[in-house]
Design a binder for this molecule. Structure first.
Ligand code: COA
Length: 197
């Protein structure tokens, strides 16, 4: 298997096999400082320990950590629940430390959470990302997320956010239950427009 070199500026000698990255779901209190340290260093929004506990205690199966040789190098923190008649997942935090970026670790972390959400019956997944965060927007775009809304000055730092949304395909409705086509109001879906403010 091909070895991938890490960012040469931050970590000149570091290289690793993708198979050396171990992915685990939240395993208890010993994981909490690891998650907090990564998120506090890399995300602009400040979170209190109560916020972290809210997520990891209620949805431990939706938080994943990536380790390389015992060092935590990435994490994703999520939740799911009822929201306006839908059951939806929400990605709250995603971080991969700089020397390990660009190797698919965030994609793997997010994909694992999304699979749990799908298996749990979620119809969609949402999150917010700063409109200036090209990396995150590209990552989520590749995973099929669309820009559903622009949220003015959403963050404490005054930056706008995009609300991103991934819709899961609905189970097929049996034909006899479908309304008469002429009576149906067909609208252009967000996935067709790409963006709706
Ligand atoms: C965003 C972040 C999580 C991406 O982590 P990562 O492990 O490097 O992401 P991946 O390697 O899985 O990237 C997958 C794809 O996303 C896109 N992408 C990721 N980072 C990118 C960047 N800086 N610029 C452009 N595209 C980027 C690319 O399309 C990439 O695929 P490719 O490498 O085949 O081109 C990481 O840069 C990070 O922790 N940033 C700081 C915290 C943050 O912004 N979190 C998101 C909050 S919404």
């Amino acid at each position: 298997m091909e070895r991938v070199a890490c960012d040469p500026v931050s970590s000149p000698e570091m290289e690793f096999l993708p198979s050396e990255i171990e992915y685990v779901s939240y395993g208890g209190e010993h994981h909490l400082p690891l998650i907090m340290s990564l998120v506090d260093d890399e995300l602009s929004e400040p979170y209190s320990i109560f916020t972290y506990r809210y997520f990891v205690y209620l949805w431990p199966n939706l938080t994943f950590l990536a380790f390389h040789r015992g060092k935590c190098v990435g994490t994703v923190v999520c939740k799911m629940g009822e929201h306006r008649n839908t059951f939806r997942g929400y990605i709250a935090m995603l971080v991969v430390i700089k020397p390990y970026r660009g190797k698919g670790i965030a994609t793997e972390l997010v994909t694992r959470s999304i699979h749990v959400m799908m298996e749990s019956g979620c119809e969609e997944v949402t999150l917010e990302a700063e409109v200036t965060n090209k990396g995150a927007l590209a990552l989520y775009g590749r995973l099929g997320f669309i820009r559903a809304k622009r949220l003015f000055r959403y963050y404490l730092n005054g930056v706008d956010a995009f609300r991103l949304k991934l819709m899961f395909p609905r189970p097929e409705v049996p034909l006899p239950l479908l309304p008469n086509r002429s009576e149906t109001n067909y609208t252009i879906s967000e996935s067709q427009t790409g963006y709706s403010a």
